[in-house]
Design a protein around this ligand. Structure first.
Ligand SMILES: O=C(O)CCC(=O)C(=O)O
Length: 268
């Protein structure tokens, strides 16, 4: 029996992360791998230019602009309820990136995904990330390094700091979900083949998204998204207020028939 989303979210808040084993359909994993491999070639994606991006690693940003297949990722029924239970249902997709980490890659410096947000730490989760394993993640091929308890600390890691860590070893089709304050990073790939994954980063609805999706995604494309995915990329408001345009939700720009619950309509 699968563990309820609330219990998974509790583990993220308490322990810093949880792994959802084998939750993604094998056929979807295969399709995603094939599409990412093709896009890496079609777009001539270069390797990273530093140790953070990875000199043996290729990334495709803004995946929702690349192919309709990726629309299945941010809303997946095994993952999104966990994210919503951590952040709340008004959360946003912050960024969606494919990562192919090749043999020879070195350890990525430890960091926290909310590290550039200048709030005093510790604080509750305001970002939460899901890393989809599209190949097995093993110690040898660079399974993500995670620092237990670091999400409860009062600072971000210093450059070069090497604390005790565990690795998110998981089979293809599994998903790692972690607290945005958790210190983590990709590990060295000492194996013979690439480690591939998708990083779906979500943030609270009152935060600025990492990728400015209102500009990055053509509006005609977003109009074909499901209503939930439209909300997740930013066509909505937070608490019926933040993000409004002339007291209307951006959701109405895509579909004037959208019934949006704006704060002013609730006032007496
Ligand atoms: O690839 C991984 O294991 C982690 C990637 C990551 O944290 C990042 O690129 O910010």
């Amino acid at each position: 029996m699968s563990i309820p989303a609330e219990a998974r979210a509790g583990a993220v808040v308490r322990d810093g992360w949880t792994i959802l084993p084998d939750v993604i359909e094998a056929a979807l994993v295969r399709e995603l791998v094939a599409r990412i491999e093709a896009l890496l070639e079609e777009l001539s994606v270069p390797r990273g230019s530093n140790t953070f991006l990875g000199e043996h690693t290729r990334r495709i940003f803004n995946l929702l602009a690349r192919d309709a297949l990726f629309e299945r990722v941010p809303v997946h029924a095994a993952v999104l309820p966990v994210i919503e239970a951590v952040l709340d249902r008004e959360c946003l997709l912050s960024s969606l990136t494919a990562i192919e980490m090749g043999p020879g890659e070195t350890d990525q410096p430890f960091h926290a995904d909310d590290g550039s947000i200048g709030l005093p730490k510790p604080h509750g989760p305001i970002t939460c990330t899901a890393i989809w394993a599209l190949t097995d993640f093993t110690r040898a091929n660079g399974a993500t390094r995670l620092v237990p308890g670091s999400h409860r600390g009062d600072r971000n890691p210093r450059r070069g700091e090497e604390p005790r860590f565990e690795q998110a070893e998981m089979s293809a089709g599994s998903v790692l979900v972690y607290h945005g304050s958790l210190w983590h990073g990709g590990a060295a790939n000492t194996g013979p083949s690439a480690r591939m994954g998708i990083v779906a980063n979500y943030c609270a609805g009152f935060l600025r998204q990492e990728e400015c999706q209102l500009l990055a995604l053509p509006r005609e494309r977003v109009a074909r998204f499901t209503p939930r995915l439209r909300e997740l990329v930013g066509y909505g408001t937070y608490r019926g207020l933040m993000g409004h345009v002339d007291q209307r939700s951006p959701a109405e720009w895509l579909d004037p028939a959208t019934g949006t619950d704006m704060v002013w309509r609730r006032m007496r």
